[in-house]
Design a protein around this ligand. Structure first.
Ligand code: FMN
Length: 223
């Protein structure tokens, strides 16, 4: 049955045909350190909500990076560099979280990342996450022709928030980096939704971003 629904925050009316034939895996990653009034979390909620309407049976996995992840230390790096068949049980245990995150990313069909800018780049929590998933022989490998990403490409939405720094401008050290590191693992189909300069933008700016999300989802639906 055809379903009409409206973006709750003043977005366009979208005609969505919920697709119950496909059960994609959605991976949601939140990198904001805060919960109260977090704009990146609100925008991510909105986008995930859209996707769940399109795919009511979708499996959604959430990685809330504010809950903490280990930083790479010497023992973990040694374990990374030890061939799998030679790893001790202690090393296997050390790599358990990394293996789990890699596995999760491998089976993800749609990736959604909510990320604020911290000091002109990504929050340390997201860097910690990336250090756990960018793994030689698992998510990339070097070939005669240079590095090759081993993950299958997947639709990726990055909801990037800043207070004042212009995204894609000279002081933005996060969007090119995120594109690069995702591409390094084989993820190239990346849309960055720039919710930048929020301190000055006010309600009008936020409404425009919600409309942009509506449009992106309509385009995605039409693929
Ligand atoms: C530690 C810290 C560093 C920040 N650095 C920047 C920055 O370099 N440029 C900027 O425009 N905003 C900066 N901000 C503001 C956040 O990017 C902005 O408030 C964003 O909306 C936060 O996302 P959230 O609302 O999801 O928490 C910083 C905020 C914090 C807490």
């Amino acid at each position: 049955m055809k379903q009409l629904w409206k973006g709750e925050r003043g977005g366009n009316v979208i005609t969505a045909e919920p697709n119950t034939m496909i059960t994609p895996n959605l991976l949601r990653i939140d990198a904001s350190g805060r919960y109260h009034q977090s704009m990146s979390r609100q925008l991510t909620d909105y986008l995930i909500d859209h996707l769940q309407r399109l795919y009511p049976d979708a499996r959604v996995i959430t990685r809330d990076l504010a809950q903490g992840l280990p930083y790479l230390d010497e023992e973990m790096i040694i374990a990374y560099n030890t061939p799998e068949e030679k790893r001790t049980s202690n090393q296997k245990e050390l790599l358990q979280i990394s293996d789990e995150l890699v596995e999760e990313l491998k089976v993800t069909d749609i990736l959604v990342i909510g990320v604020p800018m911290y000091n002109f780049t990504i929050p340390a929590t997201l860097k910690a996450y990336l250090d756990l998933v960018v793994r030689s022989r698992l998510t990339f490998r070097y070939t005669e022709n240079g590095p090759k990403g081993l993950l299958s490409d997947k639709k990726t939405y990055i909801l990037a928030t800043t207070a004042g720094t212009k995204l894609f401008g000279p002081l933005d050290y996060m969007s090119d980096y995120l594109r690069h590191i995702l591409g390094f693992m084989g993820i190239h189909d990346v849309e960055i939704i720039a919710a930048d300069g929020l301190i000055k933008g006010g309600e009008g700016k936020i409404a425009a971003i919600y409309r942009q999300i509506d449009t992106l989802i309509t385009e995605f639906q039409a693929l």
